[in-house]
Design a protein around this ligand. Structure first.
Ligand code: SF4
Length: 361
């Protein structure tokens, strides 16, 4: 028999909780659901999958075990620990928030939503996660997994990201949440979405709440949740120069403190213009970015990189100053330096440039 999950949801919630206790994955922030661990994991998990986050989280916690250590860490240390996770404004906000936590909250994340929302980088979702997963306060947490589970249980036919749908989902989760069990219940809903009620191939046959699922009843599972089409992807091609001097040192430069990938180091280069060859684009970029002429010595390879809605191909060339005695004057970078190849690990690079170092050099 299938039942509407509202208004009486007690049995459904009980089954879901029992299923979670038997089936949850072991994750480091679950083993230690301290407010600090929950906060760090939630910020890392924004736009990033669990399997990728686990080693970053473990490394971070070993190096920076509390808000005090984050508050006083060097920016280069934070960027290096974050390197590869992308969306670097997150790690800068983490430090600003940590400094505020130390200054205004004696080094402990507040238990109060209003105070949490005043911390840089913490929005309603992260605040709810900290309150419920760390402090076990009865508030629902609505991430993408919870949205999908709720949209299917309720067979919602409105776009799931619309504010009105979000409100419905939040209200329903509030009703379904058994008092005093916020930590486990919210994790149970998200875990169900991550491991059973998955986007493409939900395992309805093993789902603990299938008896209540209206989408299953109405045969609309794969049509739920209703999504609005994403903006189309943009393809870009760029050239990157591995500029070496006569001593074998390589030139790197630091991006400005504002904007995309702020303060990260990179190899110089630029986006190809229409109908431009990669080699020509590189010569032009070196002249525009560094004020120097270069001789291109050979192609090292190609690296593909995707971020937000961009798909970027990087053509990587070895090159040298021609003539050799030219002074580099960075135009947009805040700093440039020649460094040994085996010192490159000390600097924080965007993922694509780290891949150049790992794969091509
Ligand atoms: Fe998701 Fe299927 Fe369970 Fe419904 S029955 S909640 S669609 S896994």
């Amino acid at each position: 028999m299938r039942r509407d999950p509202s208004p009486d949801s007690t049995d459904m919630s009980k089954l879901l909780l029992a299923w979670f206790l038997d089936n949850q994955r072991s994750l480091p922030w679950r083993d230690d659901p301290s407010p600090y661990a929950v906060w760090i994991s939630e910020i890392m998990l924004q736009q990033t999958q669990v399997v990728k986050v686990v080693p970053y989280f473990e490394k971070w916690m070993a190096r920076l075990p509390d808000p005090e250590s984050v508050a006083r860490a060097e920016e280069e240390t934070l960027l290096r620990l974050w390197e590869g996770l992308g969306y670097y404004s997150r790690v800068r906000n983490l430090q600003k928030a940590a400094q505020k936590i130390v200054r205004d909250h004696a080094g402990t994340l507040p238990r109060d939503e209003k105070a949490l929302l005043k911390l840089p980088g913490i929005g309603p979702y992260t605040a709810a996660a900290i309150l419920s997963l760390a402090y076990n306060i009865d508030v629902p947490v609505v991430d993408g997994n919870a949205e999908r589970v709720a949209a299917r249980l309720l067979d919602l036919d409105q776009p799931v990201k619309a504010p009105s749908t979000h409100r419905i989902i939040r209200e329903k989760l509030k009703v379904w949440l058994p008092k005093g069990h916020a930590r486990n219940f919210n994790q149970a809903v998200m875990e169900l979405g991550a491991t059973v009620c998955t986007p493409a191939l939900p395992a309805c046959g093993t789902c603990p709440v299938s008896s209540w699922c209206l989408a299953l009843k109405n045969n609309t599972v794969l049509e739920r949740p209703v999504k609005v089409p994403r903006p189309s992807t943009v393809s870009l091609i760029a050239s990157v120069g591995i500029l070496r001097d006569t001593d074998g040192l390589v030139y790197i430069q630091k991006r400005p403190p504002d904007g995309l990938m702020a303060n990260l180091w990179e190899f110089p280069g630029g986006i190809l213009k229409s109908k431009e060859y990669p080699e020509d684009a590189l010569r032009r970029a070196m002249l525009e970015e560094l004020g120097v002429k270069v001789r291109i010595g050979g192609k090292l390879g190609k690296v593909r990189h995707a971020y937000t809605r961009y798909r970027v191909w990087l053509h990587v060339f070895r090159c040298e100053l021609e003539p050799p005695a030219q002074e580099i004057t960075p135009q947009t970078a805040v700093e440039g330096r020649w460094t040994h190849m085996d010192e490159l690990y000390r600097f924080a690079f965007p993922s694509a440039h780290r891949r150049i170092i790992d794969k091509l050099l």
